[in-house]
Design a protein around this ligand. Structure first.
Ligand code: PMP
Length: 375
């Protein structure tokens, strides 16, 4: 027939490095309590929803035109947010924005990675770093972590010397483990990488607003190869908006413009993000609530008898599930009770996002029962 003999991806002339691979796939299941993708559980407040509608209505009048290609107003507001919250002054020229920090990372790898180049991450970490590397033709190196999920600096330095990567990812707080990387470790990794050759170091701070510690953003001063990437998906409670951004030396901002698609940020996205930034104070109020719920999850999980990794994020990694079926069986038992958590494929461990107090109670009830079953 006209559809030929093609029955699936493997019958198509796809690039070799994509053969046999699966797409990023956190299950989107319709269950009562969804604590699996580190979203903010609070819907946007009514006043903000109204403001978004107003801003988008205004933008809609001009949709016959392409949007501001340089997103100047938005980047200026993001720079003001970063300056206000870190005490380190950044401006328009230091900030770039894209459709989620995934796109920011993709643009960085298109610019500084690519065929014949490599990137390293210290795993387990955010799985999309490796997937975006693959998609951009960048070789991926899995760097080491200790069994307690901290970064082993001497081992990391050896990996940098051995593999000579072009890009280094440091996720802090780390996903899925939740722990932050100490400032001194980031500085040491930056210096160790530069000692081998000029290397871009991307500090992924998607969860930094939930951290007990401070943002590493001030480190961009005098370090032109350091990039801090951020997102409005978590602290701003706007995962559906798709808005990520970075702060770095203005030369880095100029460089990523070599690969960004023209008009990549729609006028609707820019208008919505600007409205959300007008409500920063309200949205950051939810962050405080989520931090205390996160701390409660850590304490209660420990009281029930689980092991927990110290968390600086809006989620908690807990275990150990080393009995029959391991973490996947435990994931299913929790799902049976209407609660969706995340199995990241790290043997023995699962990850739960901090939800509303009621959602967290439902989760804690489920894992309390699981503990009884398993002991
Ligand atoms: N970095 C980390 C560490 C993440 O966990 C995520 C989302 N799960 C992202 C980046 C990407 O988020 P977004 O594209 O929504 O900004």
């Amino acid at each position: 027939g006209t559809r030929g003999q093609v029955t699936g991806i493997d019958d198509l002339p796809v690039r070799d490095e994509l053969r046999g691979k699966s797409p990023y796939g956190a299950p989107q299941l319709d269950v009562p309590v969804r604590l699996n993708t580190n979203e903010n559980p609070y819907p946007l407040p009514d006043a903000l929803v109204e403001r978004i509608a107003e801003r988008v209505r205004e933008a809609a009048r001009h949709l016959n035109r392409y949007p501001d290609r340089d997103a100047v107003e938005l980047r200026t507001r993001l720079a003001a947010y970063l300056t206000d919250t870190t005490g380190h002054e950044v401006s328009l020229a230091d900030v770039w924005a894209a459709n989620g920090s995934n796109e920011v990372i993709q643009q960085l790898l298109q610019t500084f990675g690519g065929p014949g180049r490599t990137a390293i991450g210290f795993e387990p970490s955010y799985s999309m770093h490796a997937l975006i590397a693959r998609g951009t033709g960048t070789g991926w190196i899995s760097g080491p972590r200790r069994p307690d999920f901290t970064i082993d600096l001497p081992a990391a330095e050896r990996a940098l010397a051995e593999h000579r990567p072009d890009v280094v990812f440091i996720t802090t707080p780390n996903n899925p483990t939740g722990n932050a990387v100490p400032r001194e470790t980031v500085l040491a990794l930056y210096d160790a990488a530069q000692a081998v050759k000029p290397t871009m170091v991307i500090v992924d701070e998607a969860y930094v607003e939930f951290s007990h510690g401070a943002s590493l953003l001030p480190l961009i001063e005098g370090r032109p190869h350091l990039v801090v990437s951020r997102t409005m998906s978590k602290a701003f409670g706007a995962a559906g908006l798709r808005l990520g951004y970075l702060a770095a030396h203005p030369a880095v901002v100029d460089a990523v413009q070599l690969v960004r698609l023209p008009y990549h940020l729609s006028a609707v996205t820019q208008a919505t993000a600007l409205a959300a930034l007008e409500h920063t104070d309200t949205l950051l109020g939810y962050v405080e609530q989520l931090k205390s719920e996160r701390d409660r999850l850590v304490a209660e999980l420990r009281a029930i008898g689980y092991r927990v990794v110290e968390s600086d994020a809006n989620f908690v990694q807990f275990g150990l599930f080393d009995g029959a079926g391991g973490s996947h069986a435990a994931w299913l038992r929790i799902l049976d009770r209407g609660v969706l958590v995340r199995d990241n494929g790290i043997p023995g461990w699962l990850r739960v996002s901090a939800g509303t107090p009621a959602e967290n109670d439902a989760f804690l009830d489920a894992v309390r029962e699981l503990k009884k079953e398993q002991s």
